[in-house]
Design a protein around this ligand. Structure first.
Ligand code: FES
Ligand SMILES: [Fe+2]
Length: 327
């Protein structure tokens, strides 16, 4: 593991794609948690994730032949076809057909799972994968956030900003338990007041008062966030203009994580005179992520930090986070 930190991957639900990027009958390679996988959507619309490597001779199911670049193996019905020799697998990892065989290998004939599959949920217009190092089934659910419900017409189109950051996802999450950095890293007007609650389970939530400097003077702002396990969080920014950010962190491998900052704002604001202000808020949050990234990419994880009374609940946060690690 990287010398700046040595935490393993946490278990939980992690965003691996946007629903809009995977039409029925499409597939593509996926690489997270240092694993090669294939994501596909069956012709009747179910998203599925399998180990990428075929049990036959190791073909990668995520790279189709004679297709547009970036397309994976062909999807037929509820199965994906290996591009190497045409074996067909369903989303549970059973082999449904070997087109040129007369005698099936015993595990295929027995309808056993011959490929690893990952639990998938589709919610908030996103596709989520359950990762557990021991392959335990999900311990909790992806949380539905009303503003991201595709049926909720009051909220506009999602705006997606993807960052690849050389750090560990725990380091990024610690940001929310660290009110002091808002002044020094992000230059907020005053030292912010904050609170954080842990419900003893997989959720934690917090609130930070964050006065914002604008051309019209300092405006009262507040940031309320919920973390649902290590992979999903959402933040409601209020003050100048309502904005909800879903901030999803997915480990790519032992060095990098992907951070998807997905914003949504009231449709009325998008179309009104305050559209410029709404845009400025998203730009400002992205600037903050870039500022945080400079810290994250270079800092060292201090197992025993030298803390003072003005610091946030770092120890409580770390204890909460450690529930997602298994030996
Ligand atoms: S390697 Fe997949 S069908 Fe042969
Ligand atoms: Fe920050």
């Amino acid at each position: 593991m990287n010398k700046r930190f040595d935490m393993p991957y946490p278990y939980g639900w992690f965003q691996v794609a946007l629903s809009q990027d995977l039409a029925a009958g499409e597939s593509r390679p996926l690489r997270y948690f240092g694993e090669e996988m294939v994501l596909f959507r069956t012709e009747d619309g179910q998203a599925k994730i399998l180990d990428a490597y075929c049990p036959h001779m190791g073909g990668h199911l995520g790279y189709g032949i004679r297709k547009e670049p970036g397309q994976g193996g062909e999807v037929r019905g509820d199965t994906i076809v290996c591009p190497f020799h045409g074996w067909r697998f369903n989303g549970e990892g059973q082999c449904e057909e070997i087109p040129y065989a007369t005698h099936m290998p015993p595990r295929v004939a027995d309808k056993q799972c011959v490929m690893k599959s990952w639990p998938v949920q589709e919610r908030n217009q996103m596709i989520w994968m359950w990762y557990h190092p021991h392959n335990e089934p999900p311990h909790y659910e992806v949380e539905a956030v009303e503003e991201f419900d595709p049926e909720n017409g009051e909220w506009g189109e999602m705006e997606i900003h993807t960052f690849k950051v050389k750090t560990h996802c725990q380091e990024m999450a610690e940001n929310g338990a660290d009110p002091a950095h808002f002044r020094y890293v992000h230059g907020v007007a005053e030292f912010p007041a904050s609170s954080m609650g842990f419900d003893g389970g997989h959720r934690r939530q917090g609130k930070v008062d964050a006065p914002m400097e604008t051309p019209r003077g300092v405006v009262d702002g507040s940031i309320e966030f919920v973390c649902n396990g290590p992979g999903q969080s959402y933040t409601r920014f209020s003050g100048i203009c309502e904005t909800v950010e879903m901030g999803n962190v997915t480990p790519i491998d032992e060095e990098y994580v992907e951070y998807n900052a997905i914003f949504i704002q009231p449709r009325a604001d998008e179309e009104s005179a305050s559209a410029g202000v709404a845009r400025a808020i998203i730009k400002d949050i992205c600037r903050q992520i870039e500022e945080d990234s400079i810290i994250w990419e270079h800092k060292l994880y201090r197992e025993k930090p030298m803390l003072c009374d003005g610091d946030g609940p770092i120890a409580k946060f770390r204890k909460w986070y450690s529930q997602f690690y298994v030996e």
